[in-house]
Design a protein around this ligand. Structure first.
Ligand SMILES: [Zn+2]
Ligand SMILES: [Zn+2]
Length: 153
């Protein structure tokens, strides 16, 4: 073996090490992505279980389902808080946002659950349209009066 052969072989061994590193990095990445896929499927299985078998859950699964229940309740409470801060009440029929003082949905006319207002209602301005039936100020774009439910065309 001449000196050039040694250099060549060292170079090719270094090159193959680099190649191996690139290869294993690529393979590790594909493991990571597959593990991510598995986690996503676990999530779906968990959600499917919660939706179908919440009532029959036992042992550890029941405890976990109860945790989800608690979190869902907490989310609902926070949502209610946000609506209260924004002074909004959601229509139970069409989900439209109405002012908390409204007794009827401005979009579909459904009667709204009464929410005690935290602040005084906004003063009617010159631009505010008034209900043709009861003269209450209408919310912007409202079709139905928030006070009496009268349909204002
Ligand atoms: Zn509505
Ligand atoms: Zn009215």
């Amino acid at each position: 073996m001449g000196i050039f052969d040694n250099v060549k072989s060292a170079a090719s061994s270094a090159a193959s090490k680099t190649k191996n590193l690139a290869e294993t990095t690529k393979l590790s990445l594909s493991i990571n992505s597959k593990e991510g896929d598995i986690k996503e499927i676990y999530n779906k299985i968990g959600e499917a279980f919660y939706l179908c078998c919440r009532e029959g859950a036992e042992g550890e699964l029941e405890v976990l389902c109860e945790k989800i229940d608690t979190l869902k309740n907490e989310i609902a409470e926070i949502r209610t808080k946000i609506l209260k801060i924004k002074n909004i009440s959601l229509c139970p029929v069409c989900n439209a946002e109405n002012t908390a003082e409204s007794k009827f949905c401005a979009k579909c006319g459904a009667s709204l659950p009464v929410v005690a207002p935290e602040e005084a209602p906004a003063e009617a301005t010159a631009e505010t349209a008034l209900c043709a039936n009861c003269q209450a100020p209408l919310a912007p774009g409202a079709v139905f009066c928030g006070s009496c439910g009268f349909k204002n065309a």
